[in-house]
Design a protein around this ligand. Structure first.
Ligand SMILES: C[S@@+](CC[C@H](N)C(=O)[O-])C[C@H]1O[C@@H](n2cnc3c(N)ncnc32)[C@H](O)[C@@H]1O
Length: 207
C-alpha cells in the first residue's frame, strides 16, 4: 500500500480523537513557533499537518503566510472544511514531503510534528533533508517533534524511528545547529503516553 493510500484511509475512517497523535491544540509547537517567528509575516510550513488545529491557531494569531503540506488529501480536505472561509488564507500542498515540488528559499519556519519518524529508509531521510534545505530561507528555523528514545516503535500500523537530539541533528547534517530540545510526554486520547522529542534547529547554510 502506498504512503498516500495508507494515510488517506486513516483520515477517511477515523475521527481526530481516534488517532493516537491527537491533541486539541499543539501547544508546544505553537509556543515554539511564537518564540521562533521573527514576526507575523513569517512564512511557515507545517509538514504533515494532517487535520491538526495548528493552522487554526496560527491564523488566529494573524500569521499571514501559512502553508500546510500533507500526503493525504483527505486530511487537507478535513482541515479546509473545519476552517470554512478561512481556508482561502492558507496555501495547501498535497504530496509526499520527500518528493513534492516546493518553492526554493521560501520558508522562515519549517514545522513537523510526527512525520519524520515515519521515514525509516535512509534515502527517504536524505530526500527530506534536501527538501528542507532547499525550501528554507537562510537563517530559517526548524521545529521538529519525533518520537523520543522511549517513544513507540510503531504508530498507525507503521514502523517508526526514535531519536534523541544528537541523532536527529546528525540526520539534518552540518548546515543545522541545535538551538534547544525538550522531551514531552504526550497523553493519547486512549489514556496512554507517548514520548516525543521536540527540537529547534537553526539553518545556517549560505547557498
Ligand atoms: C501522525 S500524523 C501527525 C499529524 C499532525 N502533524 C499532528 O501532529 O497532529 C502524520 C501525518 O503526516 C502525514 N505524512 C506521513 N508521511 C508523509 C510524507 N511522506 N509526506 C507528507 N506527509 C506525510 C500523514 O498523512 C499524517 O497527516
Amino acid at each position: 500500500m502506498s504512503t498516500q493510500t495508507h494515510w488517506n484511509h486513516i483520515y477517511q475512517t477515523k475521527s481526530p480523537q481516534e488517532t493516537s497523535w491527537y491533541q486539541p491544540h499543539l501547544e508546544t509547537s505553537l509556543d515554539w513557533i511564537l518564540e521562533a517567528a521573527p514576526d507575523r509575516s513569517a512564512s511557515i510550513i507545517d509538514v504533515g499537518g494532517g487535520e491538526s488545529t495548528l493552522v487554526d491557531d496560527l491564523l488566529a494569531r494573524r500569521f499571514a503566510s501559512v502553508t500546510i503540506l500533507d500526503v493525504a488529501g483527505a486530511a487537507l480536505g478535513k482541515s479546509q472544511n473545519r476552517l470554512g472561509d478561512r481556508a482561502k488564507n492558507v496555501a495547501w500542498i498535497e504530496g509526499d514531503v520527500t518528493e513534492v515540488a516546493l518553492p526554493p528559499r521560501a520558508y522562515d519556519i519549517w514545522h513537523d510534528r510526527a512525520v519524520f519518524h515515519f521515514l525509516t529508509q535512509a534515502e527517504q531521510r536524505s530526500a527530506y533533508v534536501r527538501q528542507l534545505s532547499a525550501s528554507l530561507k537562510t537563517g530559517g528555523q526548524v521545529l521538529m517533534a519525533t518520537f523520543g528514545p522511549e517513544g513507540p516503535q510503531k504508530c498507525s500500523g507503521l514502523p517508526t524511528q526514535r531519536y534523541d537530539a544528537l541523532s536527529l541533528l546528525r540526520e539534518l547534517g552540518p548546515d543545522f545547529r541545535l538551538v534547544r530540545h525538550s522531551v514531552v510526554d504526550h497523553q493519547t486520547p486512549f489514556g496512554t503516553r507517548q514520548q516525543f522529542l521536540y527540537c529547534h534547529f537553526a539553518f545556517a547554510a549560505s547557498c
